[in-house]
Design a protein around this ligand. Structure first.
Ligand code: ATP
Length: 269
């Protein structure tokens, strides 16, 4: 029987345009993951071994999952997403078998990007158990075995993400393993502007909405926060419409716009 009830294989529908900011990281991911899959002969010609894995580190909600999906999409690869804590919690005693199955499934469906989210939960320093003493150790060993066993031509690559790179077992991030490390930072003003653009692309904005100004005012917000603000602004607009319907004064839905006032309310929540 399978240790993992189901390993979902998907082709993500996220593209680079859905990721605001992070230009350098996008470029590096493209070179590290997409190029070897698209131009294997060029890599072979210059005797350049493709990376087996990448470690994305940075605060929660900054777009690590989004980046992994976008690069898989651009590389026309399948995508398998596994959350570290789930692998440990759901399959107690079978976690390393789960790891084995993930890689087997990835090979079957290659080219595949395997995304391990919150990898620190399953690959913390060996010896620091998570209750079940030794389980972390076995999972790390299995991960090492799988990474070391990946052949260049198998077209399976690992993207791991963490907010706590300091907790990850050193052996996993050595050369030949997850050896490309990329920081995914909290967005600056320009990046926040781009993230606002992404999340309002399909929304009708009134003339009084100034996204540059909203970007100035959201210092410290990460992408997930900005997405939430845009969602809240939409909710405020619908709420207003429904109220006008109940009062019998509803206008055509085609006149509903997101106004500055809706964004103000979203920001104050
Ligand atoms: P965690 O560490 O919590 O897993 P993460 O870094 O993987 O977070 P994501 O899951 O990629 O973050 O982001 C959550 C949501 O926030 C995304 O689905 C997206 O809507 C939005 N978001 C985050 N970063 C960005 C970004 N740079 N551009 C556009 N949207 C973003």
């Amino acid at each position: 029987p399978s240790a993992l009830r189901e390993v979902f294989v998907e082709v993500p529908d996220v593209s680079w345009e859905d990721v605001g900011g992070l230009e350098t990281t996008k470029e590096r991911l493209r070179e590290t993951i997409q190029w070897p899959l698209a131009y294997p002969n060029a890599f072979e010609r210059v005797d350049l071994r493709p990376a087996k894995g990448v470690l994305l580190h940075g605060p929660p909600g900054t777009g690590k999952t989004l980046l992994a999906k976008a690069v898989a999409n651009e590389a026309q690869s399948n995508f398998i997403s596994i959350k570290g804590p789930e692998l440990l919690d759901k399959y107690v005693g079978e976690s390393e078998k789960g790891v084995r199955e993930v890689f087997a499934k990835a090979r079957e469906n290659a080219p595949t990007v395997i995304f391990f989210d919150e990898i620190d939960a399953m690959a913390g320093e060996r010896g620091e158990g998570t209750g079940d003493a030794g389980v972390g150790e076995r999972v790390v060993s299995q991960l090492l075995t799988e990474l070391d066993g990946l052949e260049d031509l198998e077209n399976v690559v690992v993207v791991a993400a963490t907010n706590r790179p300091d907790l990850i077992d050193d052996a996993l991030v050595r050369p030949g393993r997850l050896d490309r490390h990329m920081h995914v930072s909290t967005p600056d003003k320009e990046a926040r502007r781009e993230i606002f653009d992404v999340h309002t692309r399909e929304k009708p904005l009134a003339d009084d909405v100034d996204l540059a100004d909203l970007s100035e005012r959201t210092e410290g917000y990460v992408g997930a926060d900005i997405e939430a603000v845009c969602r809240e602004a939409s909710t405020a607009a619908v709420r207003e419409y429904v109220r006008s319907t109940n009062e019998g004064t509803a206008a055509d839905v085609a006149t509903i716009d997101l106004t500055l006032d809706h964004f103000e309310r979203a920001l104050s929540e």
